[in-house]
Write a protein that binds this ligand. Structure first.
Ligand code: HEC
Length: 121
């Protein structure tokens, strides 16, 4: 009787441990998803007006000109070569007609999310 109860308690403890471990993995994956979703929102608000596909978007037009004849797409969201560091530096320092963004516009946390979204990391 006693040992059966002990075994049951042990089993329950293991199960609780497993559920807890699975729970943390799910939470981690969710946190990553949330960062990427947040990054997409930041992108849509601040970057899409210049980097969306099609005419009337100076970022896309400028990059289409610069990368003409290469494999690199003009639309930032289609790029697979962007690293988080590059995105962070570009956003804080700007480039030619692209003005830098201040922390009062895009916070560091938002920039991390944006960098994760554009780099796919
Ligand atoms: C006012 C328009 C404008 C806005 C808003 C803008 N950009 Fe740009 N961006 C440009 C232009 C124009 C260039 C190209 C400069 C050049 O040709 O050298 C550029 C270049 C870049 C590049 C360099 C790509 C490369 O291959 O060198 C990155 C990365 C970039 N922008 C990211 C962003 C992000 C992220 C945002 C939003 C936070 C953003 N931009 C908002 C106009 C803009």
């Amino acid at each position: 009787m006693k040992s059966a109860k002990a075994a049951f308690t042990l089993g329950a403890a293991c199960l609780a441990g497993a559920v807890f471990a699975l729970g943390s993995v799910a939470t981690l994956a969710q946190a990553q998803d949330t960062a990427i979703e947040r990054g997409e929102q930041v992108y849509d608000y601040w970057c899409a007006p210049c980097h969306d596909p099609g005419p009337g978007h100076p970022g896309t037009q400028s990059l289409a000109f610069r990368y003409d004849g290469t494999e690199i797409p003009a639309v930032l969201e289609d790029r697979t070569d962007l690293t988080p560091e590059f995105v962070r530096t570009l956003v804080r320092q700007g480039m030619l007609s692209m003005a830098p963004f201040r922390k009062t516009e895009i916070t560091d946390a938002e920039l991390d999310a944006l960098a994760a979204y554009l780099s796919g990391q």
